[in-house]
Design a protein around this ligand. Structure first.
Ligand code: UT7
Length: 331
């Protein structure tokens, strides 16, 4: 049975770098607070008009160029984001149009920080079932246009950044390559612990002047609750997926945890007993880019950690929903 193997990852982040010092001009915060609590030093924000599907397109073009593939080679697109350009259709169709591949199916995934792993699970299942052989899996987020850039929103706003990363996956029969296992979870009892209420179809009309003037259009987060769940669930699911594959933490060449908060990633590392060289973080430069965070970090982890063909890569996510999961792949 074929498995899904990573071919390459292309990335795109907007040119505009927003430092912690810049944020202090808009809200009551400090570089010291942000670095101490999150590890983040800077993030990228889009200029007006640059959206989620366009960043995904630019990342996808890079991935295709790196692999020497043409867009026409793709059998399917899977697009993970919580920040679609428009309420509908999903950004998969906008990306399909930008890539110029009418007819190629485009699946939209909206599982927030776990979106890339939910997408990877689908891609792997399609490839194992022989449905498709070459798939583009993209995570792309535009947070900056939806953040409360005032002191009221500072707990959320300092964390998030914009960016995109696109992975190309292909069918392989090589037993030393490809996705070994993916495990996914959700617990909707916590849906409102990290969410944005509006605009939404439960409201009639879906958006009002009052909503725009109130906090309803901004993300809200029970930060400590998210933190406490993340540091338990991520190590738990990594151990579980390793057990399913008959592997151990010592077999991991590099773990790429979702980049939510450096303190979360460090706690996960300690809990799993991993050495520093077995974990890769880049939240310092990008903040939390939600669905883009794992592939954006993975693309840098491969050269930074000297990952070679056949090395074991572990991925772990936790985020809004709550949703979480882990994946193992041989590079
Ligand atoms: O992708 C997955 C989704 N998100 C996450 O995984 C995030 C998980 N949670 C976290 O990372 C942390 O909870 C935060 C970084 C969001 C907050 O850190 P914390 O250590 O949990 O701080 P806190 O919410 O307990 O707030 C501590 C204090 C409060 O002031 P008082 O009440 O002690 O006077 C906040 O008002 O820090 C204040 N505060 C800030 N101060 C300066 C909150 N945000 C800021 C800020 N700058 N940006």
């Amino acid at each position: 049975m074929p498995r899904a193997a990573f071919v390459t990852i292309g990335t795109y982040v907007p040119d505009r770098v927003v430092t912690n010092a810049e944020l202090t001009r808009y809200m009551d915060t400090s570089d010291e607070w942000i670095v101490q609590r999150t590890g983040i030093q800077e993030r990228h924000w889009v200029e007006p008009g640059l959206g989620t599907s366009e960043m995904a397109f630019r990342a996808s073009k890079r991935a295709l160029d790196q692999a020497g593939w043409k867009a026409e080679d793709l059998d399917a697109i899977v697009f993970a984001t919580l920040s679609t350009d428009h309420m509908f259709p999903g950004d998969g169709c906008f990306l399909n149009a930008k890539l110029g591949i009418p007819g190629v199916p485009a699946l939209d995934i909206r599982n927030q920080c776990s979106g890339f792993l939910y997408g990877l699970s689908v891609v792997d299942a399609w490839i194992r079932a022989g449905v498709y052989r070459k798939v583009l899996l993209v995570g792309s987020e535009t947070h900056s246009t939806g953040l409360d850039v005032s002191t009221r929103g500072r707990d959320v706003t300092v964390i998030f950044g914009d960016g995109a990363a696109a992975a190309l996956l292909e069918a392989t029969d090589d037993p030393d390559r490809g996705v070994l296992a993916v495990e996914l979870h959700a617990d909707g009892r916590h849906a409102k612990d990290l969410w944005a209420d509006a605009p939404g179809s439960i409201h009639s009309p879906r958006i009002t002047k009052e909503m725009v003037e109130s906090e309803a259009i901004f993300p809200h987060m029970e930060g400590q609750k998210v933190f406490k769940h993340a540091i338990v669930r991520m190590p738990e699911v990594v151990r579980s997926v390793l057990a399913k594959a008959g592997l151990q933490t010592s077999d991991i060449k590099v773990l790429v945890p979702h980049q939510a908060n450096l303190r979360i990633a460090e706690t996960v590392q300690r809990s799993l007993g991993l050495r520093d060289d077995q974990v890769f973080n880049n939240i310092q430069k990008y903040g939390n880019t939600t669905a883009a965070s794992i592939p954006l970090a993975l693309s840098e982890a491969i050269p930074a950690r000297g990952v070679k063909r056949g090395d074991l890569v572990a991925l772990a996510a936790f985020g809004a929903g709550f949703t979480w999961g882990a994946a193992l792949a041989r590079w």
